[in-house]
Design a protein around this ligand. Structure first.
Ligand SMILES: [Zn+2]
Length: 327
């Protein structure tokens, strides 16, 4: 996904920053917060560039002036970026930053610093930064970035202006993951199983996700037949080897399979998760009523509940498959 598209999606954050630039009322500290993969860093960099720009237009950098060129060439000396060293951002890093900023004579009138993964500041680092935020050296702008705002000290949150980033839609996540090289059919399922792009990535990296998906398709197809043996054979595969601890994932995928049947019946083909199975789905989606598919989904949720209540997975799944065949 292009950065511009991500940023377009983040109209709330954009509006806050554009207004600040256009009204020349830039706060001394901002907290960019929201799920990862939502363009926070790209947006912070664009904002910093526009702050330095000699002739910003409607809150955007002109991309032509000397300052913009410096920025693009990575020579903007008035910009500092801090990121965790190892597991955390340490007090020495914050002290170094403060020294840098207080001795530096700016060429552009303002200095900007970006702190990535701001939630990883140690308590000492955060307290040190806090003093700095409370007594701002006037032409300094702090851009703090975090995917975990709950882990940022409340005192820091209260001294920074909140710039919220919203989760990407499944469509944008799908586009991003595909661009990163994920298989589109697998990514399509992964984004439905997760609320954020990191979660979707983790699912894609799971061992055997592709095989599990194939197995679910097999189970789904067998479930409308009466060949119990074939069904149980497929189910047996589940309990062999590495899939045994992935039962929850299997059930979630199976739920999406039956949801696909209802989506097809409702004429929403474009929403299908198992889009590569369109041919089979279009031939069989009307073999049961809408309510029939919905009760299949209910059986799955019921099985999930039983497993969570410590009924053995194997027993729960076998009972589930019988129920699915009964419709
Ligand atoms: Zn410019």
């Amino acid at each position: 996904m292009k950065t511009e598209e991500t940023l377009e999606h983040q109209w709330k954050a954009k509006r806050i920053l554009n207004n600040a630039l256009m009204q020349k009322r830039i706060s001394h500290a901002y907290l960019f917060e929201g799920p990862s993969g939502t363009g926070k860093l790209a947006c912070a960099l664009a904002f910093a560039k526009a702050i330095f720009c000699e002739q910003p237009n409607e809150g955007e950098a002109c991309n032509q002036c000397a300052q913009c060129r410096k920025f693009e060439n990575g020579n903007q000396q008035d910009l500092r970026t801090i990121a965790p060293e190892g597991q955390s951002i340490k007090i020495d890093q914050i002290r170094q930053l403060q020294r840098d900023l207080s001795y530096r004579k700016t060429t552009s009138g303002r200095m900007v610093y970006i702190i990535e993964q701001a939630e990883k500041m140690t308590i000492q680092a955060a307290n040190s930064l806090l003093k700095f935020l409370e007594e701002p050296v006037s032409p300094v702008v702090a851009l703090l970035i975090t995917s975990n705002v709950q882990a940022v000290l409340p005192t820091i949150r209260s001294r920074t202006m909140n710039v919220p980033f919203t989760p990407l839609s499944p469509e944008l996540m799908l586009e991003q993951l595909t661009m990163e090289g994920a298989s589109p059919t697998l990514a399509r399922a992964a984004v439905q199983l997760s609320s954020g792009i990191d979660g979707a990535r983790a699912i894609l990296e799971k061992n055997g996700f592709a095989e599990i998906r194939t197995l679910v398709i097999q189970l789904g197809k067998e479930s409308i037949t009466t060949y119990t043996t074939a069904m149980l054979t497929a189910a047996q595969k589940l309990f062999k080897g590495e899939y045994a601890d992935q039962i929850e994932l299997v059930l979630q995928l199976l739920l999406l399979w039956f949801k696909d049947m209802t989506q097809f019946q409702a004429g929403r083909q474009e929403n299908l998760v198992f889009i590569d199975q369109l041919e089979w789905i279009s031939a069989h989606a009307f073999s049961r009523s809408f309510a029939g598919w919905v009760s299949c989904m209910e059986h799955i949720l019921e099985a999930d509940k039983r497993i969570k209540a410590n009924v053995t997975p194997q027993l729960s799944i076998e009972q589930l498959l019988v129920k699915l065949q009964e419709g």
